[in-house]
Design a protein around this ligand. Structure first.
Ligand code: C2E
Ligand code: MG
Ligand code: MG
Length: 471
């Protein structure tokens, strides 16, 4: 059967699929049978036949013992590929991906396309749990090699979820839901990776669903979300230079939740847009109030997520918040993570251009953890690079961390940008950074994120005892 898939896929790439059907099955009922069980785009089996195969594999495993592995494979950002290059290119890619899946797997394995950008794989006869991970790694590697589409080269990755009989379930529906959950986990772990389904994942899933319901209520009622502001200081000057807005959620039962507990959840649902708008509104309003209370002019920084750039209107949202609060755009900074820049390069570039024209500053957050290129960076009106926490914490332990911090400082200098280190917790870290030429810091050493009512006092009282000793 597998050879037929390969023939179909290969021919489909050359001359369309219909010719294959006619050659392979002259009798019309045969052809209808084929159409009912095979996906016309890729020649892989479709959902109903796949369900039969999985149920067959489960029956065999129940009888003979052994594992059955189900993999759920979903293309990362396929919608963007379609939007950007058109459906013909999308279809071509789906065919090529199907071909690679078939090539990388054994004859005894089953590959299906469920529809859209979703593929499934059944492995039988694997006898160790780790085998599935090894196959998933092979799939990730095979799929992520560049594709030629017309005169373009396109890079595509997938996320893979794995569920196994008998540990994760013993029916078609249990394994499907497990593999699907694991696939989503792989997506939120950063994509281009695989994830096994586990019981804790199952518990976490139901927990997440109830948290999502709670978050919806929080957004509608609008009184559980809070903003805190963490000062950024220049230790050489002994002066506060800005404040980063960090959202918190005062959950009625669970207490104060940090962004790590709910921002990803919001990003995966439709809640990130209203939450982001609320955050922008609050940050602008608070800054306006501090200025009115006599605080000297500073900038408030607001974090963004990649969804905000993908779904149009981030610049408009910002403009609305500024207008409603009647705040000068010079008091606002937008933090964009390096990961977002990498994922949404063109949209981010366009948005950053517009922001900068409006007088808003832009900082690149978590610098050193993503893979933006210097070429991209050079063309962007970015004011500040933020050295990621992780390098700061290991600056005195690992040479590579110190080297990344030093390189970031050098790049900023070269491009005429500012540089600030985040997550500075100790005097030693501060000194190491200062030695490398970075005296702007943010972190628990200086201050934890503050409630809005404490900001004006903090700025006025900022004590210079921590500042770097002047020669
Ligand atoms: P980030 O933008 O890199 O923010 C810095 C995080 O490091 C904050 O965590 C901050 O409280 C924490 N931090 C500051 N100083 C120290 C320190 O000395 N040591 C350590 N260990 N941590 C320190 P937080 O508030 O939990 O935020 C985590 C991330 O969540 C942020 O990372 C940001 O990516 C995201 N986030 C926070 N607020 C928002 C928001 O309003 N919107 C969006 N889209 N994302 C947000
Ligand atoms: Mg930030
Ligand atoms: Mg950061």
């Amino acid at each position: 059967m597998l050879t037929i898939f390969i023939v179909v896929v290969a021919l489909a790439a050359v001359g369309g699929v219909s010719a294959v059907f006619i050659n392979r099955a002259n009798k019309s009922e045969k052809r209808l049978g084929f159409l009912a069980q095979y996906d016309s785009l890729t020649g892989l089996i479709n959902r109903p036949l796949f369900q039969d195969r999985l149920e067959g594999a489960l029956a065999r495993a129940r009888r003979d013992g052994g594992l059955v592995t189900l993999m759920f494979i979903d293309i990362d950002g396929f919608k963007e590929v379609n939007d950007r290059f058109g459906h013909a290119v999308g279809d071509d890619l789906l065919r090529q991906i199907a071909g690679r899946l078939v090539t990388v797997l054994r004859e005894s394995d089953t590959v299906a396309r469920l529809g859209g950008d979703e593929f499934t794989v059944i492995l039988e006869g694997a006898n160790r749990v780790e085998d599935a991970g090894r196959v998933a790694t092979k799939i990730l590697r095979a799929v992520s090699a560049p594709y030629r589409v017309g005169d373009r080269e396109v890079v595509i990755t997938v996320s893979v979820g794995i569920a196994m009989y008998p540990v994760d379930g013993d029916s078609y529906s249990e394994l499907m839901s497990g593999a699907d959950t694991a696939m989503y986990q792989a997506k939120s772990a950063g994509k281009n990776t695989y994830q096994y389904y586990t019981r804790s994942l199952r518990d976490r899933t139901s927990d997440r669903l109830s948290l999502l319901d709670d978050l919806r209520v929080a957004v509608e009622e609008g009184d559980q979300l809070r903003m805190h502001y963490q000062p950024k200081v220049d230790v050489a000057r002994g002066a506060v230079i800005g404040l980063e807005a960090l959202v918190r959620w005062q959950h009625p039962q669970r207490g104060l939740l940090l962004p790590a507990d709910f921002i990803t959840l919001a990003e995966e649902s439709d809640l990130i847009a209203p939450i982001s708008q609320w955050i922008l509104d609050e940050a602008c309003k608070d800054m306006k109030a501090w200025l009115a209370a006599g605080m000297r002019p500073l900038r408030v920084s607001v974090n963004t997520s990649d969804r905000m750039f993908r779904e149009s209107g981030i610049v408009e949202s910002i403009a609305v918040s500024l207008a409603v609060a009647d705040l000068d755009p010079r008091h606002l900074e937008i933090e964009v993570t390096e990961r977002t820049i990498h994922m949404e390069t063109e949209r981010v570039m366009r948005a950053i251009e517009r922001m900068s024209t409006m007088g808003i500053s832009v900082a690149i957050d978590d610098f050193g953890t993503g893979s933006s290129s210097l070429v991209q960076l050079q063309g962007m009106p970015v004011r500040t690079l933020k050295i990621d926490n992780s390098f700061v914490h290991r600056i005195n332990e690992r040479e590579s961390s110190a080297a990344i911090a030093a390189a970031t400082i050098a790049i900023a200098k070269q491009f005429g940008m500012d540089v600030i280190a985040e997550g500075v917790e100790t005097v030693e870290e501060m000194h190491a950074l200062a030695d490398l030429g970075c005296t702007k810091v943010q972190g628990y050493l200086v201050a934890r994120p503050l409630a809005p009512k404490d900001v004006v006092r903090f700025v006025a009282n900022y004590d210079t005892t921590l500042s770097f000793p002047k020669a």
